[in-house]
Design a protein around this ligand. Structure first.
Ligand SMILES: O=C[C@H](O)COP(=O)(O)O
Length: 260
């Protein structure tokens, strides 16, 4: 990755860990990172936790003055009102949330989220000071057809429609090929670079070289401590969105410490 961007290692806990388990996991992660003398200014670490864990994690982070940041896995595009079951970006902001995953493939698949909704949610997050981690990536049939780049770029175009350059520069984009999520089948570093590089070129076309340079592009899909270092050698891969391995604090801390 280029040195101007701070790498981000984000753990997506998905629908795992209740609020008491969340405290234990976040605490264990913080201790493990501390023991490893993790330099948060060199590699940022965040955990995206279930909504019901946020208050507990916030309390722990505040009480222990942890450098670990935290976020949510989804957000409503609305601020308030008759939207049963939705969580407002205002609520997340009040809980000190730094990041929110938007358009994860599991949301797209199980909740029919489309690019227009991803766009609206990303705008809502940014409007309340929360950085969206916008997820894009192709299913296996699209990869087999060789259309992975055009597919991901269309998702990026849709997610960023109407964004100012200033707002676009703030987002994080996670390239997560669906066929690599939870399957143990990690994309090769070259696969990750192909799409991450194309996303950066598109950002330069849509906005400017400065915006393209500012945006962090993560790779996600079966990332482990054994695969992260090679992925991070790629010029346009600026970090990882880690699912299963983020539930093991020692493994996740090793991923975050990939340089060491
Ligand atoms: O958000 C994370 C991704 O879906 C990757 O999950 P995974 O590391 O379990 O494959």
């Amino acid at each position: 990755m280029a040195s101007s961007r701070t790498p981000l290692i984000a753990g997506n806990w998905k629908m795992n860990k209740d609020h008491t388990e969340a405290i234990q996991l976040a605490q264990k992660l913080a201790w493990t990172l501390k023991d490893a003398k993790h330099d948060f200014s060199a590699v940022e670490v965040t955990v995206l936790v279930p909504f019901t864990d946020l208050r507990s994690v916030q309390t722990l982070v505040d009480a222990d003055k942890l450098e670990l940041s935290y976020g949510a896995q989804d957000v409503s595009q609305h601020v308030s009102g008759a939207y049963t079951g939705e969580i407002s970006p205002v609520f997340l902001s009040k809980l000190g949330v730094k990041y929110v995953a938007v358009g994860h493939s599991e949301r797209r698949q199980y909740h029919n989220e489309d690019d227009a909704l991803v766009n609206a949610k990303s705008k809502a997050a940014l409007a309340h000071g929360i950085i969206p981690i916008i997820c894009v990536g192709e299913a296996l049939d699209i990869r087999k057809a060789g259309d992975q780049v055009s597919y991901a770029l269309a998702q990026v175009d849709g997610a960023l429609a109407g964004f100012s350059a200033e707002d676009a520069a703030k987002v994080v984009i996670a390239y997560e090929p669906v066929w690599a999520i939870g399957t143990g089948e990690v994309a090769t570093p070259q696969d990750a670079q192909e799409v991450a590089g194309a996303i950066r070129v598109r950002l330069a076309e849509l906005y400017s070289a400065d915006v393209a340079d500012a945006v962090r592009v993560l790779y996600g899909g079966s990332v482990k401590s054994s695969s992260i270092a090679e992925l991070m050698k790629e010029q346009d891969v600026d970090g990882a969105l880690v699912g299963g391995a983020s539930l093991d604090p020692e493994e996740f801390a090793k991923i975050a410490g990939y340089q060491g």
